[in-house]
Design a protein around this ligand. Structure first.
Ligand SMILES: [Zn+2]
Length: 351
């Protein structure tokens, strides 16, 4: 009999100004020596605040630097140069530095503190890292965060495209869960009930949150909390199936195909709307949240090509050949390509 044992982050702080308490969170969990990695240009923006917070709590910073690379060979080299006294690795920044720190922590078996400065995907709470392997973005196993600290004031001040990306990545649970159920129905897997419930609650609580502006505190907190819950759903399931279905395959295919892919959650969001139509499941809800948040308005400015999405649909099943989403069946790939040409919303945002 299989039973489920999972790790969850010990620290979860989401709120206005929590960045200034970073040191206290670390010290109160018994850690005294930290290594800090910042995203590109972020020492100027947050360095002083972070260093002050750590110092005031009696935490020694053994080393700190900005990381710009997500090449797997660079991160391996970095990991094995880490001071042996380090008790915790802190990653502060966007997806890249979080992924790099997460992977270094995994290699060194050290706890990792995830401090995202944008809410662009559920990466800050997931156990896998998106790194450059052989020149392409690739998902590799890494470490679940020991702690997650998200300052909503910081998230709010990041460029809006990151919020749209986070919204796209979160709403994708709608189609991902439906793919997972379909996979089970077809006899390829058994869904984990609890993981499914958590991921469903995460996205539903978010799409039902009333808001008039995406910068509102309650909206941002809902977004971040729900993204954090998604990471836990994966941990429970022991795979990314609860949060990553056919819509993610389309995005992964675009990452492989394009010289300059868009932000993860932007590609995933567009593909979520497409797949919700293919699945004939909650597409009105998906369209409403993308319309009300301004996601579609942003996407319309990107000059995206329909033919790229067509190719990505064909490539999608080969990204994860061991799965069985809707896109693993030819009739649904054909349906997806038809919808791409016929749907009024997609016609507006894809050229
Ligand atoms: Zn995602």
């Amino acid at each position: 009999m299989n039973s489920t044992h999972i790790a969850i982050p010990t620290i979860l702080k989401v709120g206005n100004g929590v960045l200034d308490s970073l040191g206290d969170y670390i010290a109160s969990n018994g850690m005294k020596n930290a290594v800090v990695y910042f995203g590109d240009g972020l020492i100027d923006m947050f360095g002083q605040r972070v260093m002050d917070s750590l110092k005031n709590a009696g935490v020694t910073v053994l080393e700190y630097q900005e990381l710009t690379s997500t090449k797997i060979e660079d991160i391996i080299e970095l990991a094995f140069s880490i001071n042996v006294k380090a008790q915790v690795l802190i990653g502060i920044g966007g997806g890249k530095v979080i992924d790099a720190t997460k992977y270094a922590a995994y290699l060194k078996k050290l706890p990792f503190l995830s401090v995202p400065t944008s809410a662009s995907s559920d990466g800050f709470s997931s156990a896998s890292a998106s790194l450059i392997v052989n020149g392409r973005r690739t998902s590799v196993p890494a470490r679940l965060a020991y702690g997650i600290v998200v300052d909503t004031a910081v998230i709010k001040s990041a460029p809006e495209k990151f919020l749209y990306s986070g919204i796209g990545d979160l709403v994708s649970k709608i189609t991902a869960l439906y793919d997972w159920l379909y996979e089970e129905k077809c006899g390829y897997t058994t869904c984990n009930d609890f993981a499914m419930m958590i991921a469903k609650k995460a996205v539903n609580s978010f799409v039902r949150t009333p808001f008039s502006d995406i910068h509102e505190e309650l909206f941002l907190k809902e977004l971040v909390d729900s993204l954090a819950m998604s990471g836990i759903a994966n941990e429970i399931a022991g795979s990314s199936a609860p949060t990553s279905g056919s819509e993610h395959l389309i995005s992964h295919a675009l990452d492989k195909m394009l010289e300059q892919p868009q932000l993860h959650g932007i590609q995933v969001g567009i593909a979520t709307y497409l797949m919700s139509l293919v699945q004939d499941h909650r597409y009105k809800r998906v369209n409403t949240i993308f319309t009300d948040t301004g996601f579609w308005d942003y996407v319309a400015t990107l000059d995206l090509k329909r033919k790229d999405y067509e190719r990505a649909i064909d490539l999608a099943p080969s990204i994860k050949p061991f799965r069985h989403t809707y896109l693993h069946e030819e009739k649904y790939r054909e349906k997806a390509k038809e919808i791409l040409c016929d749907d009024a919303v997609l016609k507006k945002v894809l050229k």
